[in-house]
Design a protein around this ligand. Structure first.
Ligand code: MIC
Ligand code: SF4
Length: 642
């Protein structure tokens, strides 16, 4: 039987386990990436593991999230990261060099390699034919130390792209279409593999837009084959020698197949407050807008910025629109500066932001009260922009620019401009002077530790019984932005006790205090969640900070992949309702207990939650491997390996 691309890469990297969907396998990881917001904690954990030598071929530490630098914390973190990179032999991409996923694709992407990154949009690398997964920082630290990662062998969905995109319809519209088909929930454990003649005309940056936002489907990753487009991109980056051909066998088998006719696609928009709330742009009439932001790791490539500049040539953005541009990397910024495109954007009224995450993570350019913002990024969760009452719409660059000109959400086909194709450049401007290459061996470099940099907090072993209260009950699709908000709180990432004050802040500002008060009285905190609990980011702080507050278990209808792994990593037991309706039988403040939980997990026995307040018992389920149980019993992965 033939193999698909995913199977080809995974089977070459298989260390242990059976290559059967759903089975736990350990694979070799060739590369890692971290960014500063998750990286400081990942490297604090790496210091605990303290390997003599990294087990990966390439590890890169990026600074791209926390660059606002109001106060000393961000810069201290950057200094810490730079010194750690020097000590352990890690490439260090300095602040200003660009967003991790964009730079990694440009400078480190190699088809057929595996990559694990402490950021949920690491699958961007699938655009160049990598098997690239997002994970919590601890799993990335483990991959650096041991060279492996354990995951469920995925079921592969084949998305066949037919035909060719029409003018004004973009790669972003392809992934928005797929989100409208698959939605953001129910796809855990699968990988999307793209095929069909429609992919032949998609450049690597366009493919990367699609694989990047595959993260919003909740899949493990998304992958394109490596073909002539991949070769052209690598050649233009001066890396042609890294090219290999990678394609599915003609008799490859897939779990599921979806066909999308590119020629039939139209401009699409994800409406507030979820990336899968997708409709056609033309269906949303008379939506006046206040802000347009071009950038983020989804749409900030050279081609994206050039499209924006061409559309705005001799145009002016509407007087009611604040227009922000954040090129994805220094390479992109240098190229559009040299060819004059930047000038067109500035002339049209653009506000140039740093080549970092910025507006996307909500630590700058927060919209005004009740504002409408059109963004080319990938997430529009409530409050993520920094303004709770703002309405965020996600579109392609083409739609965003048309809207900026008109002052209302506009289908770019209605602008009356003539379409100009922007081809992949034959040569990108390659200047790696902002990437500090590592020394060959670990050095005794002094580690720079600012006063905001704490130690990873320790957990205790799992108690024999969990007994406490339901400290919070939340609904479906609770994202990590609800659990552990970023934005202006990002600067506390290296200081867990401080950051923990904001757990569940957007949902219930009293949670943190109530949880801490319980912890002091030895009352265990339990969280009740709905469907897709933990959607979104890879931030392990969404598990680490609740752990610090004394949360012992989360019981939900279903979990997202990265978040459930993070819960296990930090010793919080993830459980599901055996009957989803039982969710209704439990309320906030109910007193609950799970007697003998540690023995039950060890024996893989059946588990019941006793609701003492309502005097009922609720059957619970779990899917935990023997290894997961060992981590939970030890109070987390770091405890287990220490
Ligand atoms: C995000 O897009 O939500 C982030 C910020 O990049 C996160 C990582 C983080 O929380 O630091 C992610 O996607 O994993
Ligand atoms: Fe940065 Fe936004 Fe991409 Fe996350 S989604 S890595 S915050 S640009």
């Amino acid at each position: 039987m033939g193999k698909n691309v995913v199977q080809k890469i995974l089977d070459q990297h298989l260390v242990s386990g059976k290559a059967v969907p759903g089975e736990e396998v350990t694979i070799k990881m060739d590369q890692t990436l971290t960014q500063d917001a998750t990286g400081t904690m990942a490297y604090l954990q790496l210091e605990v593991l303290n390997p003599d030598k990294l087990a990966t071929e390439v590890s890169v530490s990026y600074v791209d999230h926390n660059t606002t630098q109001i106060g000393f914390e961000n810069f201290d973190d950057h200094k810490y990261l730079q010194s750690i990179a020097k000590k352990y032999g890690i490439y260090f991409s300095r602040a200003g060099n660009g967003i991790c996923h964009q730079v990694h694709l440009e400078r480190f992407g190699v088809p057929g390699k595996t990559l694990i990154g402490s950021d949920s949009h690491t699958p961007t690398g699938g655009g160049i034919g990598m098997f690239a997964v997002g994970a919590g920082g601890l799993d990335v630290a483990m991959a650096m130390a041991k060279g492996t990662f354990t995951l469920k062998y995925p079921a592969v969905t084949n998305v066949i792209l037919k035909g060719q995109l029409s003018s004004w319809v973009a790669a972003k519209d392809v992934i928005l279409k797929l989100l409208s088909i698959l939605s953001s929930k129910g796809n855990v454990g699968t990988v999307v593999e793209y095929s069909g003649e429609g992919i032949e005309n998609l450049t690597v940056p366009q493919r990367a837009t699609i694989t990047n936002m595959g993260a919003e489907l909740g899949v493990t990753t998304s992958v394109f084959p490596s073909d002539n487009q991949t070769k052209a991109f690598l050649k233009a980056q001066g890396n042609e020698d890294k090219w290999i051909e990678l394609k599915a066998d003609s008799d490859a088998v897939y779990e599921k197949t979806i066909e999308i006719d590119l020629a039939a696609l139209e401009p699409m928009v994800a409406q507030p407050h979820n990336p899968d709330n997708v409709t056609l742009v033309k269906e949303v009439t008379d939506l006046a807008i206040d802000q347009v932001c071009i950038g983020s790791c989804t749409n900030s490539s050279y081609q994206d910025l050039m499209i924006a500049a061409e559309m705005l040539d001799n145009q002016q953005v509407n007087e009611n629109v604040s227009f922000v541009i954040a090129p994805g990397s220094r390479q992109v910024l240098q190229m559009i500066t040299e060819n004059g495109a930047l000038n067109k954007l500035i002339k049209a009224g653009g506000r140039l932001a740093e080549s970092v995450c910025g507006f996307c993570i909500g630590n700058s350019q927060a919209p005004g009260t009740d504002s409408v913002s059109i963004r080319t990024s990938n997430r529009n969760f409530l409050g993520r922009s920094g303004t709770k009452s703002a309405m965020i719409y996600l579109t392609s660059v083409e739609t965003a620019i048309a809207s900026a000109i008109k002052g209302k959400l506009t289908d770019p086909r209605d602008l009356g401009l003539s379409w100009k194709d922007i081809p992949l450049p034959e040569k990108f401007l390659v200047d790696d002077s902002m990437i500090i290459a590592p020394a060959k061996e670990n050095t005794s470099a002094k580690i720079n530790r600012g006063p905001n940099i704490g130690q990873p907090p320790a957990n205790t072993e799992l108690p024999a019984n969990i007994a406490g209260e339901v400290t919070i009950k939340v609904g479906d699709k609770i994202t990590t932005d609800h659990i552990m908000p970023a934005g202006d709180k990002l600067k506390y990432r290296s200081n867990v006790p401080k950051y923990a004050e904001f757990v569940f802040n957007p949902v219930d500002e009293t949670f943190s205090q109530r949880a801490l008060a319980n912890k002091e009285k030895n009352i265990h905190n339990i969280i009740i969640g709905g469907l897709s609990y933990g959607q979104g980011s890879s931030r392990e702080h969404a598990a680490l900070c609740p752990m610090y507050l004394g949360v012992k278990a989360v019981i939900a209808k279903s979990f997202e992949r990265i978040h459930i792994a993070n819960l296990i990593n930090f010793g919080i037991v993830p459980l599901t309702f055996t009957n989803a309706d039982d969710y209704e039988k439990i309320e906030q403040e109910d007193k609950v207990e799970m007697v003998g939980i540690s023995d039950t997990l060890k024996g893989q026995g059946s588990l019941k939650l006793r609701n003492k307040t309502k005097n009922i018992e609720i059957p619970l389920s779990y899917q935990l491997s023997a290894q997961d149980v060992d981590y939970l019993l030890a109070g987390g992965k770091l405890n287990f390996y220490q």
